[in-house]
Design a protein around this ligand. Structure first.
Ligand SMILES: [Zn+2]
Length: 339
C-alpha cells in the first residue's frame, strides 16, 4: 500500500509500505476513505520535534476490511471512525471518560494513518461504527470527529462552556475553530474568537462566534477584559500550545473560571506566582475523543453540525507533501487527503 513517511523535517514522501495485517486478536484492519494532516504534524515538519523516517497521521475514517478473532462489536464492512488513541474502553480510566490515558493505549500516530490502510489495535474499544455507509458529503465531518472536532469539543467541556457562559477561544486553527462550534453546541451565550485572519474569522462566525478579537498576548487579554466588564471570560479554550497562547488563555479567564488547554504544549512553563494569583481551573491535555464519538457521530449523521467545513484543501494521498507545505505556509487551515 501507499503511505506517508516523513524522512526529516520538511521532507514528506508517499512511499510503498507493507500492508497492515492482524497482529493481535483484538485488531482490525481498516481501508481508509479519507485521512488528514494535523496541526500537530507541523511540529516535526518544522523541526520543533525530532523526526526520522516516521509514518505519519492519526486521523482516519474508513471501512473495516478484517477483524481479529477476539473482535465482537466491529464487523467487516462497517464504516468506522476512531480516535487518535487506541483504547480498550473498558479499563477504569476509560470508564471514567479518559480514554486517552487508557492503561492499554496505543498512539495511532506511531502506526501512521496517512495511508491506504491501517491496523487499529483494540478495535472494539477504539472504533465507533456509523449507522450505515455515509453519504460522501458527510465524510469530511466524520473525519473531523476523529481528532480536531473531538479535541475542540473536549477543550470546550474542560473549559465548562455552557449556557450563560462567555467563552474565549485562543487559536484559530482547526481545533480552535471547532472549539467555537463545540461551545455553541454546548449552549454558550457569547463566544469570542481570537483571530487575525479574515477567512478564519468568517468560519468562526459561521460556527457560532459572536465576537472577534484580533489582538494577541496582553493586548488580547485587555480586549477580552474590555468585552466582559473587566472580569474576563468564564471559559477559555487554548488551542495553540505556546507560552504566549497559554498565558493569554490563563489571563483571559476570570477568577473562578476554567481554561481547557489542548494545544500540544511546547516549551511552556507556568509561573507559580501567576498561577497562584489567577484563581482559575486548568484542565487539558490529549483529548479523550472516544468519550465524545458516539454523540459527535449522531450530530453529524443528523446534520446538526458540519465540522467538515474546516477542511479548506482536499488532495489525493499521493500529494501529501503539497498538503504539508500548504499548512506550513498557512495557505490551508486543514488538509483532507482522499485515499
Ligand atoms: Zn482503557
Amino acid at each position: 500500500m501507499r503511505g506517508v513517511v516523513m524522512h526529516a523535517p520538511g521532507d514528506v514522501r508517499v512511499e510503498d509500505r507493507e500492508d497492515p495485517t492482524i497482529l493481535e486478536p483484538t485488531d482490525a484492519v481498516v481501508r481508509l476513505t479519507a485521512t488528514c494532516i494535523c496541526g500537530s504534524d507541523l511540529w516535526p515538519y518544522r523541526g520543533a520535534e525530532p523526526v526520522d523516517h516516521q509514518f505519519m497521521g492519526h486521523e482516519y475514517v474508513g471501512v473495516v476490511e478484517q477483524v481479529g478473532d477476539a473482535v465482537r462489536e466491529i464487523r467487516v464492512g462497517d464504516f468506522v471512525v476512531g480516535s487518535f488513541w487506541a483504547s480498550d474502553n473498558t479499563c477504569e480510566i476509560c470508564r471514567s471518560g479518559y480514554q486517552a490515558y487508557c492503561v492499554h493505549r496505543v498512539l495511532m500516530g506511531t502506526i501512521g494513518t496517512q495511508a491506504e490502510k491501517v491496523r487499529v489495535p483494540l478495535a472494539d474499544g477504539t472504533l465507533v461504527a456509523t449507522p450505515g455507509q455515509p453519504d460522501a458529503d458527510l465524510v469530511p465531518s466524520l473525519l473531523a470527529a476523529s481528532d480536531v472536532l473531538g479535541t475542540g469539543w473536549f477543550a470546550a467541556v474542560a473549559a465548562e462552556a455552557g449556557p450563560g457562559k462567555t467563552v474565549a477561544v485562543v487559536g484559530d486553527g482547526a481545533v480552535g475553530l471547532l472549539g467555537v462550534l463545540a461551545a455553541k453546541q454546548l449552549g454558550a451565550e457569547r463566544i469570542i474568537a481570537m483571530s487575525r485572519h479574515a477567512d478564519r474569522q468568517a468560519l468562526a462566525r459561521r460556527f457560532g462566534a459572536t465576537d472577534v478579537v484580533e489582538e494577541r498576548g496582553e493586548a488580547g487579554v485587555a480586549a477580552i477584559k474590555a468585552l466582559t466588564g473587566g472580569l474576563g471570560a468564564h471559559s477559555v479554550i487554548e488551542a495553540v500550545g505556546t507560552q504566549e497562547s497559554m498565558m493569554q488563555a490563563i489571563h483571559s479567564a476570570r477568577p473562578g473560571g476554567h481554561v481547557g488547554f489542548v494545544g500540544v504544549s511546547h516549551d511552556v512553563s507556568l509561573p507559580g506566582e501567576d498561577m497562584f494569583m489567577a484563581g482559575i481551573h486548568l484542565h487539558g491535555g490529549p483529548a479523550p475523543v472516544r468519550r465524545f464519538l458516539p454523540e459527535l457521530i449522531r450530530l453529524i449523521w443528523d446534520r446538526e453540525i458540519d465540522p467538515g467545513q474546516v477542511f479548506d484543501l482536499t488532495l489525493p494521498l499521493e500529494d501529501a507533501a503539497k498538503g504539508y507545505e500548504a499548512m506550513d505556509q498557512r495557505r490551508a487551515t486543514k488538509v483532507l487527503l482522499t485515499v
